[in-house]
Write a protein that binds this ligand. Structure first.
Ligand code: PXP
Length: 252
């Protein structure tokens, strides 16, 4: 049996970061989202942070109105964000931990230790027909905890694997890939849909794309960085091609 298709969700947060550096309306993240879709993105992801440092409420509303592909609303499980998500009704919501002082989402949700607030959040979002995913560490017991919380989807945090690739640390690369593989295999076995993301770049994406249980990758920072040199269209196409190369390694 061949692996299911692998979707690419393009995260356009950092188009908004550049816009906000000067105020005003350029570059427009919604225009970037539409270009990414034309170049082969299957969906668009945007993270509305508490401090609105990049994406703003109006961006989310425009993305929902103007896009013809699924919108994945990345958010902390706060009452403010849940209220906004239930009004907006995106295709999906990815619940992430959020710390004001962090530069990016540093780790997965602690769904084993501190999950009391997540159960009602998941229930409420699912009740509105929103597909909920939990951004989590790639560990077997975390997959079990996600299942227990009745989340249909998990997004495995690929950050530590990507750091190992950047450092060129072969032993850590092997170790981190094995963690991802084992978590994906176990998660899929117990009925979870498996996504992955964070830090993925052209030199790290193939091995993750080769994990057959993963059906969606969400990628932002490296794509927007490459777009500076090659344009967004070319950056998305190159990422798509690298993902397809990785997927082709899965035995039929
Ligand atoms: N997935 C989740 C849940 C994230 O928080 C992020 C970062 O916003 C990404 C994917 C994309 O990560 P990156 O921008 O490093 O590609």
């Amino acid at each position: 049996m061949s692996a299911p298709p692998l979707r690419l969700g393009v995260n356009i947060d950092h188009v908004a970061t550049v816009r906000n550096a000067r105020g005003g309306i350029h570059p427009d993240p919604v225009r970037a989202a539409n270009m990414a879709v034309l170049a082969g993105a299957d969906g668009i992801t945007a993270h509305l942070r508490e401090d609105r440092r990049h994406i703003r409420d109006a961006d989310m509303r425009r993305l929902k109105q103007e896009l013809f592909v699924p919108l994945n609303f990345e958010m902390a499980a706060t009452s403010e964000m849940i209220g906004l998500a239930t009004q907006l009704r995106p295709h999906a919501a990815c619940l992430v931990p959020e710390k004001r002082e962090e530069r990016t989402t540093e780790g997965g949700l602690d769904i084993i230790g501190a999950h009391v607030h997540l159960r009602p959040a998941i229930k409420e979002l699912r009740g509105e027909g929103i597909r909920v995913s939990l951004f989590v560490e790639p560990e077997i017991e975390v997959m079990d905890a996600a299942c227990d919380l009745q989340a249909p989807v998990v997004e495995l945090h690929t950050g530590t694997y990507c750091e190992a690739v950047v450092d060129g640390d072969q032993a850590r690369i092997v170790y981190e890939l094995e963690r991802l593989r084992r978590a994906a295999e176990h998660g899929a076995k117990i009925g979870l849909e498996i996504h992955a993301g964070h830090g993925l770049a052209l030199d790290s994406v193939r091995a993750v794309a080769a994990i057959p249980q993963i059906v969606e990758l969400n990628i932002g920072h490296s794509l927007i960085g490459e777009a500076i040199f090659f344009g967004l269209d070319e950056a998305v196409r190159a990422m798509r091609a690298a993902m397809d190369e990785g997927r082709a390694q899965v035995p039929a």
